[in-house]
Design a protein around this ligand. Structure first.
Ligand code: SF4
Length: 380
């Protein structure tokens, strides 16, 4: 039987740069569009043989803003994927997008290319907050694009929202949740703002010019989010992710379950055949070298037993169902207690972790301080 794999394809272009963003993406790169897609095709070709024993069960085109590319170029990527790899007919095929880039024609083109899941970055329902974040779109554009997506027949849509934003009040957040619930998308990702060094927001905060909600207010927003979305019939299945039945993101589940994936494109990360690595991060250099995987791949890190235990625990604990002790034993031929006995006991005592039948999972409190819990699983 063939092994399964997920493919991630990075598109490093955006209309403009949001003030909080440290992702590998740049505006005003139209001159690179054609050359970049050609380079992606070369990288796909370089992986062709290596992936011949695999069936692709999920594809995720992320960014950046992939839908900033003309539809012909996105279709080229889709066609080439189909030609070079064995793609499961039931594979989940997601594309990330931002409002203002989803015309009816572009959406129809994506549908024809086999894209069956659309992720839209909305972030907030208030134009004043979108402006504050440096987003390149308005609420009205989002609503228009969302309607287009439904008309074209997309029935698997994710909407991204953010909380803990500058000048965001609890009532703004509740309004965003309420309005988005009324739209009834099958999936929602709700992230709290993180200040990343090197971003305009970080500099403003450093100079005391960024007014953020208090930690307590942000925590209340997270609690509100869980309460409103679960009341509305969403399953809270990962710290920041909520889905209607059968609509969990299969691609992201691969990451949290420590399953293999290959990342194509500038700076893209992979976990393949026991090694984690990432691609060249310089765009021009990536375009030059994409035909040769050896040149392209940087910082290979073999995942030995110690790293594998650690990753399995802190990625798996992101899932609300937690980590299965049986699955842990099946993977590593060692019991979870043998590796983490004292850590588990300590975290259970602190009320951050609970054991349920065969699973170990975060408690409500553990969910709110996830990073503190995850750190405990780092081994000497
Ligand atoms: S649209 Fe997304 S990737 Fe692009 S700058 Fe904004 S946050 Fe970053």
């Amino acid at each position: 039987m063939k092994k399964t794999i997920g493919l991630y394809i990075h598109i490093p272009f955006c209309k403009s740069k949001c003030y909080y963003c440290d992702f590998l993406s740049k505006p005003n790169q139209e001159d690179y569009f054609q050359a970049y897609v050609r380079a992606l095709e070369k990288e796909m070709l370089a992986y062709h043989k290596l992936l011949s024993d695999y069936v692709v069960t999920s594809i995720f085109i992320g960014g950046g803003t992939p839908t900033i590319l003309p539809i012909e170029l996105l279709q080229k990527i889709g066609i080439r994927l189909g030609e070079l790899f064995f793609i499961d007919p039931k594979a989940e095929f997601t594309i990330e997008s931002n409002p203002g880039t989803l015309s009816f024609e572009a959406l129809s083109g994506l549908k024809k290319t086999g894209v069956n899941r659309l992720s839209i970055g909305l972030q907030a329902f208030q134009n004043r907050l979108l402006k504050k974040l440096g987003r390149a779109h308005t609420l009205e554009q989002f609503l228009q694009n969302y309607e287009n997506a439904l008309k074209v027949g997309f029935d698997n849509i994710n909407i991204d929202l953010m909380f803990g934003l500058p000048e965001q009040e609890t009532r703004d957040w509740e309004e965003s949740l309420l309005k988005v619930i009324q739209l009834d998308p099958p999936h929602l990702s709700c992230y709290s703002l993180i200040l990343e060094e090197g971003t305009p927001f970080f500099r403003m905060w450093d100079q005391g010019h960024l007014l953020l909600p208090t930690e307590d207010d942000t925590l209340q927003m997270y609690r509100k989010c869980i309460q409103m979305l679960t009341d509305a019939g969403y399953e809270h299945y990962e710290i920041s992710n909520f889905a209607k039945p059968q609509r969990k993101c299969k691609h992201n589940l691969r990451y949290w379950n420590c399953d293999e994936y290959v990342g194509l494109g500038v700076g893209a990360h992979s976990y393949f055949q026991g090694i984690r690595y990432h691609n060249q991060e310089n765009l021009a250099q990536y375009i030059k070298e994409s035909y040769c995987l050896q040149k392209l791949q940087k910082d290979p890190q073999a995942i030995h037993a110690k790293e594998a235990y650690e990753e399995y625990m802190f990625l798996g604990l992101r899932l609300i169902q937690g980590v299965s002790k049986e699955e842990f034993y099946h993977r590593f031929q060692r019991s979870m207690e043998e590796v983490y006995g004292s850590v588990l006991q300590k975290l259970v005592k602190l009320g951050l972790l609970k054991e349920e039948e065969n699973n170990v999972k975060l408690t409500k409190r553990g969910l709110e301080v996830g990073n503190v819990v995850f750190e405990q699983f780092l081994l000497e």
